[in-house]
Design a protein around this ligand. Structure first.
Ligand code: DX5
Ligand code: ZN
Length: 218
């Protein structure tokens, strides 16, 4: 399966999100949109109205990452707003499988996210209901944090489980993914890579996407 590069708008200029999308057009596969509610994580970003407006400003697929409580309340709205993939946190969902079914029923891909301090094992049996498994490589909440290499053990375990079960699911990493860390994440088995600072902190975001892709594929 080819590599997915998903720049995170969290590191972009929030006054110019459409420009940030345009800056990676043709170089990125998905646009990663971090939604935070100041409850599930101690930070607040953007919500549905911004995603709805931005949907009209770019044709890049949206990879929405919901770092919110009660995702049942909000996730379907992102699918209806045209998100390609809607990922919610395992720690926040009451019934992850039910919500995945709802998202798929609305025509979106369903993603399950596992935060830094959450064990993967209890969720492995749920993976057939999901299109994306997002393993955080930092603690969710803020961009610009250092990659935690120990968390790649979860990526390796997930890759083994996916391979042995022949599951059709993307294995995504998010947090601290950079030119220095992406190869290790790919080696551990990730095939989708979120990068905020490494893309939007670069002078040329499209070139940064291409460089990250080359490292992930090597
Ligand atoms: C943080 C977000 C990430 C964030 C990553 O909780 O989920 O998507 O944008 O930022 P970097 O790539 O700078 O670590
Ligand atoms: Zn994210």
């Amino acid at each position: 399966m080819s590599v997915i590069i998903a720049p995170s708008l969290l590191a972009a200029d929030f006054a110019h999100l459409a420009d940030a999308a345009a800056a990676v057009h043709g170089a990125a596969d998905w646009l990663h949109v971090d939604v935070m509610d100041n409850h599930f994580v101690p930070n607040l970003t953007i919500g549905l109205p911004v995603v709805t407006s931005l949907r009209r400003a770019t044709d890049l697929p949206f990879d929405v990452h919901l770092m919110i409580e009660a995702p049942e309340r909000w996730a379907p709205g992102y699918a209806e707003a045209g998100a390609y993939n809607v990922t919610f946190h395992a720690e926040a969902a009451e019934d992850p499988v039910e919500l995945a079914k709802t998202l798929r029923g609305l025509g979106a891909k369903a993603g399950l996210a596992i935060d830094k301090d959450t064990l993967l094992d209890p969720y492995l049996d749920l993976l057939p209901h999901f299109d994306t498994l997002l393993i955080m490589t930092i603690k969710a909440g803020f961009g610009g944090q250092a990659f935690v290499p120990e968390l790649l053990d979860k990526v390796r375990a997930a890759r083994r489980h996916i391979a042995s079960g022949h599951l059709d699911i993307r294995l995504e990493v998010d947090g601290g993914v950079s030119m220095d860390t992406i190869a290790a994440a790919a080696e551990a088995g990730a095939d989708a890579f979120v990068a905020g600072t490494a893309v939007y902190g670069a002078a040329d975001p499209a070139a940064a996407c291409r460089a990250l892709r080359a490292l992930a594929e090597s």
